[in-house]
Design a protein around this ligand. Structure first.
Ligand SMILES: [Fe+2]
Length: 206
């Protein structure tokens, strides 16, 4: 008998329908009626300024809804229920044909995305293992090679719908490929714990 051990997996959490249909409709209506979208990264992706979680009643209520799930996910990452806060929160609007370039979220530990529309399958969140470093890279991606969790380089969230929340460690590379469907609306946030303690060497975050 032989065994394969999958070492050091990366957690990604999906909370299905954290927002019910009525709530999703109300949030979308509020965004479309009151939110000023600024800072266009591309002509088809726009977002509100990154803001503290208490900037608006909408952000405060979504943050309060997410926080218990952030704490649950944080316990997976760090092994205990820490005191988390939603540090920043913002709205993203991705028009048809738009995309979001690969990136990570610096100075954050847990990042999350509320889906306010059911995204076209083309525009689901894609996570990447690595972009490589400064050395040569070898691979064996070809039609005969079967992709698995050990040789795969990227992973697409398999199923996502309006009202869902997806959370991931903030260091994880991610992107949104070209949106071949309708307008895609999300609200993203970053969260931090109050402190981390490594054998008595503790650091605080504010
Ligand atoms: Fe992101």
């Amino acid at each position: 008998m032989s065994q394969i051990f999958g070492l050091f997996p990366t957690p990604v959490m999906r909370v299905e329908k954290l927002l019910d249909g009525e709530r999703v409709a109300a949030v979308v209506a509020e965004i479309e009626n009151t939110t000023t979208l600024a800072n266009a990264f591309s002509d088809r992706l726009s977002h509100t300024p990154v803001a503290a979680a208490d900037t608006s009643a909408l952000f405060t209520s979504l943050g309060a809804l997410a926080l218990p799930k952030v704490t649950e996910f944080g316990e997976v990452l760090f092994g205990e229920p820490l005191a988390w806060q939603i540090k920043e929160i913002w709205v993203n609007v991705l028009e048809p044909g738009g995309r979001q370039a690969i990136h990570t979220h610096a100075n954050s530990f847990v990042s999350g995305v509320f889906y306010l529309t059911s995204p076209d399958p083309s525009a689901r969140l894609v996570f990447h293992r690595s972009l490589g470093g400064s050395g040569f890279i070898f691979g064996n991606n070809n039609p005969n090679a079967r992709i698995n969790q050990f040789n795969g380089g990227k992973w697409m969230v398999p199923e996502i719908g309006a009202g869902d929340l997806v959370m991931f460690p903030s260091y994880l590379l991610h992107e949104v490929p070209v949106n071949q469907g309708e307008r895609r609306i999300t609200i993203a946030f970053n969260a931090i714990p109050d402190r981390l303690d490594n054998f008595g060497y503790a650091i605080r975050f504010a």
